[in-house]
Design a protein around this ligand. Structure first.
Ligand code: ASP
Ligand code: MG
Length: 421
């Protein structure tokens, strides 16, 4: 059993989808395979724009944005399929997905509850629609493929924005509903990124969450390996699209890869690695556009030496705490409080009188945390900031002069923070 994920960057248009049969031929065609797909291209951004406009009460902008997303998909369908099949598929998509999508989007205009979860109910359609289009295209190419709605498989606790996946119920669903499909089909397609909560409402696993879905499926199916087909089909020491000196990394350990994604390397969803490591499943990153090219492997073995790995995490909030009455700062209490509020801490600098944290979390959660502190602390919240990290620094690694508001130099890594923009 192999689990493969294909992201939106690969499925960016009809030509991208047309490469899929060749990619499938290149990767264990004799095995059972689960294909996990994302929404096409930038669809999730488009649907977010629909939801945001509707949430502001601007339904006409929402409608316009919705039509842009729809027109893009229509073009893809018409380009991929012969006329009659395209028409039949489009009618099905209209009824099953586009109509409810628009209904959910409109509902956001009159919402009294929290926006986030209700927005998720719109976003899930991107993946549902892409997986239907791909299923129809593959079937038209003579590739037998079964389809299943990932929301029937992955169950979460529904917390927002990073729901915890409930492994017990999810595994039971996988065993009862997914595994039997492989008795009649070698290839099954499902969606990344989407799941449900215990009340069967649609949720998402967080932006770029398809990698994470695929890893969960790999774990639950006890797969031999997972392949993430990417437009940048290897790991690099820094984003190669921005830095020409980026060095390819042939192999990393789970821990090394987790650390690099944690600090912002945009290669994988940060939660992807834990399920794979727990189940000791190797992850291959391969190039979708050059499926025979060498990729990268993430597995158990700790790899040394590695070149300096540079990453950045944008959009963090800087919290600065000062003790006003000379009480030493209880760092553990601060961190525990942030964690309780679901706020993630990426950078900590503590002293007796002042401390700084760079965190990611909901504004309300950070405010609640601030309100919970005793009056002996003065708190300043500033955002957004960027956290820069160099893992495995060498003699050439430096912190840029003058720009950093905070910096740290540790034996195995360097961090600094700057204001964003
Ligand atoms: N379509 C979702 C997103 O763009 C999930 C994914 O691509 O992995 O965030
Ligand atoms: Mg995507």
């Amino acid at each position: 059993m192999w689990v493969m994920k294909v992201g939106g960057g690969c499925l960016r248009d009809a030509d991208g989808i047309r490469l899929l049969p060749e990619v499938l031929r290149r990767a264990y065609p004799e095995s059972s395979r689960l294909l996990v797909v994302s929404a096409l291209g930038k669809t999730t951004n488009g649907l977010l724009a629909v939801a945001e406009a509707s949430g502001r009460g601007d339904v006409s902008t929402a409608r316009r944005q919705y039509e842009v997303v729809q027109a893009f998909h229509k073009e893809v369908v018409e380009s991929l399929l012969p006329e009659a099949s395209a028409r039949a598929l489009w009618a099905r998509l209209e009824e099953r997905y586009w109509a409810p999508l628009w209904q959910r989007a409109q509902a956001l205009a009159h919402l009294s509850e929290e926006m986030g979860p209700a927005t998720d109910a719109v976003l899930v359609y991107g993946e549902l629609i892409s997986s239907e289009i791909i299923r129809a295209f593959l079937a038209g190419q003579g590739i037998a493929v079964e389809w299943i709605d990932a929301r029937r498989l992955l169950v979460t606790d529904g917390s927002y924005p990073d729901p915890a996946v409930l492994m017990g119920p999810s595994q039971a669903n996988v065993d009862a509903q997914l595994v039997p499909l492989f008795r009649t089909h070698k290839l099954v397609i499902t969606q990344g990124y989407i799941a449900s909560d215990l009340r069967r409402r649609s949720v998402t696993l967080g932006r770029e969450g398809s990698d994470y879905s695929a890893a969960l499926f790999a774990q639950m199916l006890r797969a031999q390996g997972m392949i993430a087909w990417k437009d940048v089909g290897r790991l690099y020491s820094v984003d190669p699209r921005q830095y020409p000196d980026a060095q390819p990394l042939a192999e990393l350990s789970y821990a090394q890869a987790a650390e690099m994604t944690y600090y912002g390397a945009q290669v994988l969803h940060p939660r992807t690695l834990k399920p794979l490591r727990d189940a000791k499943i190797p992850l291959y990153i391969r190039s979708y556009f050059e499926p025979t090219a060498e990729g990268s492997l993430i597995a158990e073995r700790w790899v040394e030496p590695l070149p300096p790995i540079r990453a950045q995490r944008r959009g963090l909030t800087l919290i600065e705490v000062e003790s006003v009455d000379l009480t030493p700062l209880p760092m553990a209490v601060f961190l525990h409080g942030l964690e309780q509020e679901g706020v993630e801490t990426y950078f900590i600098q503590g002293g007796v009188r002042t401390a700084a944290f760079a965190v990611r979390g909901l504004q309300e959660a950070i405010e609640r945390w601030r309100a919970s502190l005793a009056e002996s602390y003065q708190v300043q919240i500033r955002q957004p900031v960027i956290l820069y990290t160099i893992l495995y620094p060498d003699e050439t690694s430096t912190i840029p002069n003058g720009e950093a508001i905070y910096f740290q130099r540790l034996p195995d890594r360097m961090h600094w923070l700057t204001y964003e923009g």
